[in-house]
Structure formats: C-alpha cells, structure tokens
Design a protein around this ligand. Structure first.
Ligand code: F6R
Length: 610
C-alpha cells in the first residue's frame, strides 16, 4: 500500500503538484503523509500524522521550495501512524519514500546502529535512507549507492529517492510494488499508478521488478536488474479514469452506490450485444472450450464476487469451480490441471496476494484472465487476457460498484462458457442476457427505497453485533454485507450460510441481536425461512430482505420481523438486487455512528503488501 509521487522540473516549485498527486493516491493509505524537496543544497521535509488534510494545513505555512521533490501517503506496516514514522525518511544526504515491506530490516537496523547511527523512527524505510547515505559517504556515486542498497534489502519495494547533492535528478526503484514514470514537456513525474499521473502526462512508463530509473526534468534512463540500460515501452494513460468528484453526495461511497445502475449499464454494454441478446467477449489468446475446471482467485469483496459467480459457472456452464483466497492459495502448492483456466478478480489490479497468485499460476501453465477495474494495472499487464469491469474510479475504501460490476463480467463469462461448451441453448443465452440487461433497472428500484431502509437502520440501531444469513448465492452476498458493516462502522458482523447456523453461530443469538437474512422466493426460500423461525424463537431481531412472494409465504410471522421488499429475482439478478440493501444498510449505520465512511480506520483501497 502507500502512495508515492515525485516531480522533477526545471526551476518550478514542485510542492503543489506533489500534493495533488498524493491526493490521487490517498486511496492507498491515509494514516500520515509528507513531502520532501531540495532547495539551496538542503533537503527540506514536512510531515504530518493523519490524512492529507492535516498535511495541507501544515503546508500552508511552509514555503517548501524546490525543483525536485517526493511525497508519500502512508498505510502503516512498521511503526504506528505518527509523524516520526511518516515518510519521507531523511538523512543529511537523501530523502526516501517507500511502498512495500523490507523483510530483513531488523538485521539491517542492528548493523546500521552499530555504526553509531540513531534511528528516529520505527520504520523499515529509515534503514534504506541510512544505507544509501553510508554508501555515499564511502565514496560511491548516487546511482551506485542506490544499487548497492537494493542488493542489501530483501522484500518488496517501490522507492523514490532524492539526493541533496543532485537537485537535477530523481531516482525511482521497483521490486514487487508498482511504480511508473510520466513525462510532460519539461517535467518528469513518478507515481504509484497511472491515475495519479493522469493530470500531468499523456504517457506513462511502468517500471519492472529490478529496475532503477534515473530521472531528469527532460529525460530518463532505466537500468534493469542486471544493471543494463533498458528501453521500456510507454503506454497512453487512460484519461477516462482521471476524474473522481463527490458531486452532491456526502461521501464517495454513497456516490458509488448510487452510480451502480449507470456503471453496470456501461459494463453490460461492453460485453452484451443487446440486439441479438448474446454475450460478446473479446477473443481470448487460448481455447476455452472443454474446460474441466476453473479456479477463481481474489481477496476480500472480490473473493466474494467469485463465490457468487461459482454458482453461475456451475449451473450455467456445468464447469467445476474452485474459489480461492489469494493469500492462502499462493502458498498452498495446490496441484493444478496444466492448461486449466484461472481467473483473477481485483478492483485495483494491484493486490499483492492476487498478483503473486497470478505469477504462480503462470508458472504452472495456467491460462490466465484478470477481471479488473483499473486499466493498465499490474494484473492487466501480467495476465494472458484481461476483462475490464468499467466501474470507473472507485474511491470509497469499501468496495461497492466494483463488486457489482465484477459480477456483470463474471456472469457474462459464465454464460459465454456455457454457450460454447453446449450446455446453454440459444434461448437460454438470450434469457440470461435479458436478465442481465434488466439489472440496472432493478438496482434503481432498490435505490429508490433508500428512505425505507434508513428508517429500518434507525430502528435497529445502536447495533453492537450483527449476523448475516443466506443460502446459495445469498451466502456470499451475506458475507459481503457483513464485511461492509465491519469495515465502515467497526461493528462486529458475521456472514454465515443460513443452514450452518445451528452448527455453532446459533449460540450467539440473544434477545435483540440483529439478524439480516436475504431470501429471494425463487431459491430455497422455505429452507431459509426455517432458519428465520429459529432466530425468532430465540428473540433475535430479524431484518428479512425478500420479494413480495417471499413475504406472503411467511403469513403472520411478518408481524414479528422487519422486512425490506425488493423485486422478484432469478439466478442472474438476485446477487445484484440483494447486495444493494446491504450496502445502504452499512452506509447509513456508519453515518449514524459518525465513522469516517470513505477512509475507515486501518484500511486502504489498494493492498499492495502481503
Ligand atoms: C472491501 C474491499 C476489500 C477488497 C480487497 C481486494 O470493501 O474493498 O476487501 O475487495 O482488498 O481488493 P482488489 O479487489 O483491489 O484486489
């Protein structure tokens, strides 16, 4: 995690551009931040605990002049989020910002301390600043000192470095964490992603692992891991993802929840031919007929979208599916069918564990597809084929529209595979596609009932714990609902398969415990209703999300519960329709509690460390 931004110019003051770049990277971490520049043969640095608003207040009173500078917005790994641990970390000679983890930092810290150096922070990054400085003092040039340091450090890192004696250079280093160079007329930039560079540049050059770049205001050179000069191809920045404003909404999360009908429409229009009601996917560079097994790999909400999709692949395409949590899968050494298909699902396209799993699968000769939101992200670039979800920038840390747009692409892929392997007829395909085309309207209908849901939230609050139950696809939707509540309101919530409740979680039931149950009438309704009765029998406070037919089934029991009625659903539309009330529930609960919805504590949007 952590965002890095750097600028080198001719003679401009770069502070404001660095700050602007950091704003675009705040999704990567926001517990502290800082900027360092070189001016008059001296490194100057301003840092602050807290998000960028806190840094901005400090910068107002500071000149922080300089034609070259680096900035950082942090998600703490080593050391608490305070000003001392905020980046940049500086010595008399260098300033360093870092995204990643230095695994051998304790050892390095001990060795450095033996030379008489006192550490000012608890971070692993400070060791890098001291190492470079020690090499400089031993007589090495800056580039050699940086390269020698990369040979000492183990782990993953993207580094931006400025050297006091070289105000005409900016150094960028990459191993395992993303970093890109952007160019414009007389300035060059570095940023953790293309989005941060999009305001200033049209083209971006992504560094590869082992690269060190020496950047001047009008040119840059990249040297690879063998210290050879290398020409990396530049790419055009996708400017469609450069604008993200809250507009009239109080939070990005609320805006993104409400954007779903339109972004899902966008996503659908890329993958569905609505004239002949067929799925229209780009051609894959490999054959996907006769697949026996598909593995879906992801983390967090993206993993839950994989769990939802499993039922589509199984029922529509009759293909066996394994859904894997990337951080577990990558180390499990699971045997894989050679030339099987593995699909990686990620909003950011940068999640370290998912990316590592992708690299692992490529070594195992898997056909790889990534389903991502951020264009040109590492996963796009590293997979054989990439399907974009077209959700637009998702800024709220809790994923909402990316989750539902991932579902659009996964449903399209399942229908497509079902069609080519002969499990679905033309008519079947047309019918499933029709359902998918109806999703934006159905989501709008749920959003129109937001006031009803706010009323229910007020009646149920204050909430200390909550249980979310569901069967079939409603189980991963329940997991997603519980995760949303945990993330932004810090309320403990568990998602469970409804039928599993009696195997343990039922012990949690006590008077008034909110139990939120999603149960569309078309699928296993009576089974879920039995679990609902078990909750009522133990005085739980049920909120049932169902359709009118489902409610009718319950007869008088409806008087004992709260209910939120949605449109009738089917296997395609249900996960979409039922996800929206859960998103709204979490959002309005957090609003009541007064937590920071868009920047919840301890989280970051892009998890680029293990
Ligand atoms: C939850 C959430 C996270 C992400 C997870 C994976 O609201 O946003 O659980 O889903 O960190 O991130 P991506 O999808 O970027 O790989």
């Amino acid at each position: 995690m952590c965002g890095i931004f750097g600028v080198i110019a001719n003679n401009d003051n770069v502070k404001d551009q660095i700050f602007d770049g950091l704003r675009r990277l705040e999704y990567r971490g926001y517990d502290s931040s800082g900027i360092a520049t070189i001016n008059n043969d001296q490194i100057n640095c301003i840092k602050s605990q807290g998000n960028l608003d806190q840094l901005q207040k400090k910068l107002i009173n500071e000149d922080l002049l300089g034609n070259v500078g680096i900035g950082h917005t942090r998600w703490a790994t080593h050391g608490v989020p305070n000003e001392a641990n905020a980046h940049p970390h500086i010595t008399d000679e260098v300033a360093v910002v870092h995204n990643g983890i230095i695994e051998n930092f304790s050892l390095l810290k001990n060795q450095i301390s033996e030379t008489g150096i006192n550490f000012k922070s608890e971070t692993d990054t400070e060791a890098i600043a001291h190492l470079i400085t020690l090499y400089l003092k031993s007589g090495m040039g800056s580039y050699e000192a940086i390269r020698a340091t990369t040979e000492d450090i183990k782990g993953s890192y993207a580094l931006a470095i400025i050297v006091r004696s070289e105000p005409n250079k900016l150094y960028a280093v990459r191993k395992g964490s993303p970093l890109a160079i952007g160019s414009s007329d007389s300035k060059n930039y570095i940023g953790s992603d293309g989005y941060s560079l999009g305001n200033y540049c049209n083209e971006v050059t992504y560094l590869k692992d082992g690269d060190i770049a020496i950047i001047k205001n009008d040119a840059f050179e990249i040297f690879d891991h063998q210290n050879e000069f290398i020409n990396r191809k530049s790419q055009i920045i996708d400017k469609t993802v450069t604008l993200a404003e809250k507009g009239a909404f109080k939070h990005f999360m609320s805006k993104e929840i409400h954007e779903q009908p339109s972004v899902i429409q966008d996503s659908i229009s890329h993958y569905i031919n609505n004239e002949d009601l067929t799925v229209n996917l780009p051609k894959f560079p490999f054959n996907i007929t006769n697949l026996k097994n598909i593995t879906l790999v992801a983390c967090g909400s993206s993993y839950y979208s994989g769990l939802v999709a499993r039922e589509w692949f199984e029922k529509l395409a009759r293909v066996k599916v394994d859904v894997e949590i990337a951080s577990e899968f990558r180390y499990r050494e699971a045997p894989m069918d050679s030339s099987g298909l593995t699909v990686f699902i990620s909003q950011s396209g940068e999640t370290a564990d998912t990316l590592a799993a992708l690299k692992h699968c490529k070594k195992l000769n898997q056909k790889t597809i990534s389903i991502v939101n951020v264009p040109n992200s590492s996963m796009c670039r590293n997979s054989d084929s990439s399907l974009k979800i077209f959700a637009g920038p998702e800024i709220g840390v809790a994923s909402t529209k990316a989750f539902t747009c991932q579902l659009v692409v996964l449903a399209s892929l399942a229908i497509h595979i079902g069609r080519i392997n002969g499990n679905l007829s033309d008519d079947d395909e047309n019918n499933y596609v029709k359902s998918l085309l109806d999703v934006p309207r159905l989501i709008s209908n749920v959003l129109d009932q937001e006031e009803d849901l706010i009323k229910i939230v007020k009646e149920l609050n204050p909430i200390k714990n909550a249980l979310y139950l569901g069967r079939g696809q409603m189980y991963p939707v329940a997991l997603e609902g519980a995760l949303k509540l945990k993330e932004i309101s810090y309320i403990h919530a568990e998602g469970y398969p409804a039928g599993e409740m009696k195997h343990g979680p039922i012990a949690l039931l006590e008077k008034g415990l909110p139990v939120i149950i999603g149960a569309p009438s078309f699928n296993l309704f009576d089974k879920t209703a039995s679990n609902l009765y078990e909750v009522i029998a133990r005085d739980g406070n049920v909120l049932l999300i169902t359709d009118q037919e489902g409610l009718n089934h319950l007869g008088d029991t409806t008087k004992k519960i709260k209910s939120f009625i949605v449109d009738e659903a089917n296997i395609i539309t249900a996960p979409f329709i039922y996800t929206i009330p859960y998103q709204l529930f979490a959002y309005h609960t957090a609003l009541l509690k007064g937590t920071d919805v868009d920047q919840p504590r301890n989280l970051a949007k892009s998890v680029t460390v293990e």
